[in-house]
Structures are given as structure tokens and as C-alpha cells.
Design a protein around this ligand. Structure first.
Ligand code: UN1
Length: 512
């Protein structure tokens, strides 16, 4: 691919760089301002993946207007029919999995196997959630009065604003988009500015599947577009995945405007490695949990809480394996750990590594450096890093780093380990390696997280179970599973009186 030449005003077409558009009311359009931004490959900054419209409040207005115009028709389309279109979408995603994965690795950096998993998760989510089109169960119950019928059904909430992150560029948009659609809502997506192409791929597939114009709209861009969406009067719901700082600001704005808001934010997930664990299995799980997606998962295993009896053995094996992980461009099949997403992320992660080095007790056991030479020179690469002998209260043990860094904390009894795991402000995912069924069940009971694993790492959630966390991770909602329907629909209680006379609930005595 030829290098892009820097345009002075940001408006001129760059040679050899593909141009993508917003999708509004079924049309592919440029931004109202005519401004663009570039999507850069994090493994090689000289590779420009494409240029995308830099959208502002005017673009958001247009997208919301399109979503509003199509809302009644889509809401009245029978749910099983909506689902049929979504099944077709699943087919298209399946057929294009390879291309989507390659394009995702190019714009986001994670290795091809993982981007394949990301697309697969979108496919799974689409098939599973489309199935709800023939369920969307409500319920009936008995009324207090004779000749009266009582029931409950789900109704759509209206226009939904979906704000998505960079780390799961197709899976996370699908977690929001598919349930929103099956429930009968229309949507505007503000895609992650580092990964706009994967959202465009998903939305193009929606167009090809036959989702009517205006039902799905996409605006590309940065915080300006996101803020306009959150503040828009006609948007009834915001579903957000991303940083805790942004999520809290969104929550404040939504509270002021009385919008429904679903938040999925940070994590500081831990694996307990008990003294009876299968150590080889625990080392493999820890590597995968800590360094998969270069640690850029809300579910990443960023703390390893290890029993003192097996501490030395575990740490030796872990450090040896981490030192051998192959860092590189995710398109190379030999690569195990790709780059991090951008300069800002790189600075933040390296900042935490410095904090870890300066904290009294922790030892930097392996890694700790940016990789800047040779094949790494144009990318955002950081060595997989392990701090050992850490104290539970250190900043690297408490704060989300969102990079290829994990912290090993020793413990002496299981209650202490559980306390360490729970003693952070987040509550997304936790795990325990143990061969003792009693200890496994005890930990399952006591770990206060939204997701909990036994004998595997803190990552790998499946789409038919609820996804989300306790405490600072979210605001009580769950994505995926059937639980996500509670975000994207509201209950309507319906009473039908067929007695032919006035019957007053709570007032009239009913004769027996
Ligand atoms: C995230 O961690 O940001 O459970 C999402 C997993 C994936 C989704 C992760 N299925 O690891």
C-alpha cells in the first residue's frame, strides 16, 4: 500500500488510501464538515487503512433523524421477520469472516486468530440473539378481578445510541446492535475512532442483509460525535463500552436528561492459583489471560494471585514462557502478541511500568520496555511484562493498565486470596485454578464479580451468558445472554377487562 501524503486542510483526497463514509438513512455519505481522519495500522504507522468522515453534531442530527423516521416501521415489523433479516446478516458475516479478520488485524493490531474469534463472536451473537425474534417472551398472570386478563410484554425503547471501543471492533458493536434490532429499536452507532472499518464492515453487512434504510446508522469520529449523540434529545438510550472516565461522564449526562444508560467499563481481574492447581495449565491460562489482545481486554488477567507453596515454581515457569512470547505484526501467523492500539495507550502503559518499577516492593521479572527498533520501529509495541512479589495495594495491583502487563501477588490462604481479588474498585471477571472441588465452589460463591472461571483464565466469555461486572465495572446491566433484552426493551403491563362493567382494582370487594 502506498503511503498517504498529508493533506493540508484534511479535505483533499489522499492517493491510494481508501475512503469510507458515514451510513445515514441508507446512504453512504461524507461528514457535514467535509473533514476526514485517518485510520492507522498500529503495527506499522506508515500503513493507512483508510480515511473516514470526522463527524460532528450535525452528522449526529442527521443520523438520529433517519433513525426516527424509520422507527415506526421497524417497530411494527413482526419480531420473527426482523429476526429473519438478522439470520441473513449472520450468513453474510460468516461468509466474510476471513476478510473481516484481516482488515481488523490491520486496523487494530491483535493477531489473526483473535480477530477471527472477534468476528466469530459477532456471528454467534447474531445467530443466538436473532433466535429471540421467535421468543421475546413476556408472561401472563392472574388478575384480581373476575373476567379480566393480565399480561406483560416487551416493547422497544426507541432510538438507541451505541458507543463502542477499539478492543473488540466487531464483537462489541454486535452485542449492542443485534439485541437493539431484534427488540425493534433503531440505532445510531458511534464507532471507536481507532477501528472504524470493522464497524463499517458490520453495517455494510446489515445493508446487504436487507435491514431497511434508516434502521442502522453510523457516524464515524471522535468524542465530539459521541457527546452529540449522548446529548441528543431524541435518543432514548445510550449503551457504552469504554473507559471508566468517559463512562462516568456519559452517566452524568444521561442522568440529567433521564435517558436509559448501560455502561461496561473497566476491570482489574485476577486469577487465583491455589497450591493444588495444575501449574502447567495455570501458566498457560495466565499467559493467555494476561497477554491475549496485548492485555487490552476489560477481562484481561492483570493480577495473578499465587499461593506461597507454589509461588516459586509458578513464577519461574511463567517468566520463562513470557520471555519467549513472539511480539510482532498480528498478520504474521507466528506472532503471539500484537501491538497496542496507539501512542496514547503506549504512553499510559509505559507510565504504569515506570510506576511499577518505582514502587517499593514489586520486582520487574521480565519485559518492561517499549520495542522501537527494526521491525518494531513503526508500531506501538511493548514487551510482555510481569511484576512479581507485588503488594495488593500498589497502584499496579489496583488500577487498570489495559496493556501487556500483569502483576503477581503472593498469598497464604484461600480467604486471603479471595479478599485480594475482591479488594479493587472493579468487579468484572475472576478465576481460580484448583483441583479441589470444595475450594472451587467456595471461590465461586465468594468472588464478587460478574463473571467467574474455574480452571481457566478471566477471558473467554460466551455470547449466550450474561456479560458485565459488579461495582465500578458497570451500572448493573448485563450484555449478551437474554439479560441484554432488559437493556433494549421496556416492560409493558397490559390489563384487559372483559366483564363489560367498571371493576375497580384495590377497591371493589370480589365475592367468593
Ligand atoms: C473485553 O474484555 O473487553 O470474554 C471483551 C472475552 C471476550 C470478550 C471480551 N469474549 O474475553
Amino acid at each position: 500500500m502506498a503511503k498517504a501524503t498529508k493533506a493540508k486542510d484534511g479535505k483533499e483526497t489522499k492517493r491510494s488510501v481508501k475512503t469510507y463514509h458515514n451510513y445515514i438513512g441508507g446512504e453512504w455519505v461524507k461528514s457535514a464538515s467535509g473533514d476526514w481522519f485517518e485510520n492507522v495500522n498500529p503495527a506499522d504507522r506508515s500503513d493507512i487503512v483508510g480515511r473516514f468522515p470526522k463527524s460532528n453534531a450535525e452528522d449526529v442530527d442527521r443520523a438520529v433523524a433517519a433513525a426516527k423516521e424509520s422507527a415506526t416501521r421497524w417497530r411494527r415489523t413482526p419480531a420473527p421477520r426482523r429476526a429473519e433479516i438478522l439470520f441473513k446478516l449472520g450468513e453474510i458475516l460468516r461468509e466474510n469472516k476471513q476478510r473481516y479478520s484481516e482488515e481488523m488485524t490491520r486496523e487494530m493490531g491483535k493477531v489473526l486468530k483473535e480477530t477471527g474469534g472477534d468476528v466469530q463472536e459477532a456471528i454467534d451473537c447474531t445467530y443466538y440473539t436473532a433466535g429471540e425474534g421467535r421468543r421475546l417472551h413476556g408472561f401472563t398472570t392472574k388478575a384480581e378481578m373476575p373476567n379480566k386478563y393480565a399480561m406483560c410484554e416487551r416493547q422497544p425503547v426507541g432510538i438507541c445510541g451505541l458507543i463502542t471501543p477499539f478492543n473488540f471492533p466487531m464483537a462489541i458493536p454486535s452485542w449492542k446492535l443485534i439485541p437493539a434490532l431484534v427488540c425493534g429499536n433503531t440505532v445510531v452507532i458511534k464507532s471507536g475512532e481507532d477501528v472504524p472499518l470493522s464497524t463499517i464492515n458490520l453495517v455494510k453487512a446489515c445493508e446487504d442483509a436487507g435491514i431497511p434504510k434508516g434502521v442502522v446508522n453510523v457516524v464515524n469520529g471522535f468524542g465530539e460525535a459521541g457527546a452529540a449523540l449522548v446529548g441528543h434529545d431524541d435518543v432514548r438510550l445510550i449503551s457504552f463500552t469504554g473507559s471508566t472516565d468517559t463512562g462516568k461522564k456519559i452517566a452524568e449526562q444521561c442522568a440529567r436528561d433521564n435517558k436509559i444508560v448501560s455502561l461496561e467499563m473497566g476491570g482489574k481481574n485476577a486469577i487465583i492459583i491455589n497450591d493444588d492447581a495444575d501449574i502447567d495449565n495455570a501458566v498457560e491460562g495466565s499467559l493467555w489471560g494476561a497477554f491475549g489482545t496485548s492485555g487490552q481486554r476489560c477481562t484481561a488477567s492483570s493480577r495473578l494471585v499465587v499461593h506461597k507453596k507454589v509461588y516459586k515454581k509458578f513464577v519461574e515457569r511463567l517468566v520463562e514462557r513470557v520471555g519467549k512470547l513472539k511480539v510482532g505484526n498480528g498478520l504474521d501467523p507466528k506472532t503471539e502478541v500484537g501491538p497496542v492500539i496507539n501512542q496514547q495507550a503506549m504512553d499510559k502503559i509505559l507510565g504504569y511500568i515506570e510506576i511499577g518499577k518505582n514502587e517499593d516492593k514489586a520486582t520487574l521479572a521480565v519485559g518492561g520496555n517499549a520495542l522501537r527498533r527494526g521491525k518494531y520501529k513503526n508500531g506501538f509495541f511493548i514487551e510482555p511484562t510481569v511484576f512479581t512479589d507485588a503488594d495488593r495495594n500498589m497502584r499496579i495491583s489496583q488500577e487498570e493498565i489495559f496493556g501487556p502487563v500483569t502483576t503477581v501477588i503472593p498469598f497464604s490462604d484461600l480467604d486471603e486470596a479471595i479478599d485480594i481479588v475482591n479488594d479493587v474498585k472493579y468487579g468484572l471477571s475472576s478465576a481460580i485454578y484448583t483441583q479441589d472441588v470444595n475450594k472451587a465452589f467456595y471461590a465461586m460463591q465468594e468472588l464478587y464479580t460478574g463473571i467467574c472461571y474455574v480452571n481457566s483464565a478471566t477471558i473467554g466469555a460466551e455470547v449466550h451468558l450474561p456479560f458485565g461486572g459488579t461495582k465500578g465495572t458497570g451500572n448493573g446491566h448485563r450484555e449478551a445472554g437474554t439479560q441484554v433484552l432488559d437493556i433494549f426493551s421496556e416492560w409493558k403491563a397490559i390489563y384487559v377487562d372483559f366483564s363489560g362493567r367498571l371493576q375497580k382494582a384495590q377497591i371493589d370487594e370480589v365475592e367468593v
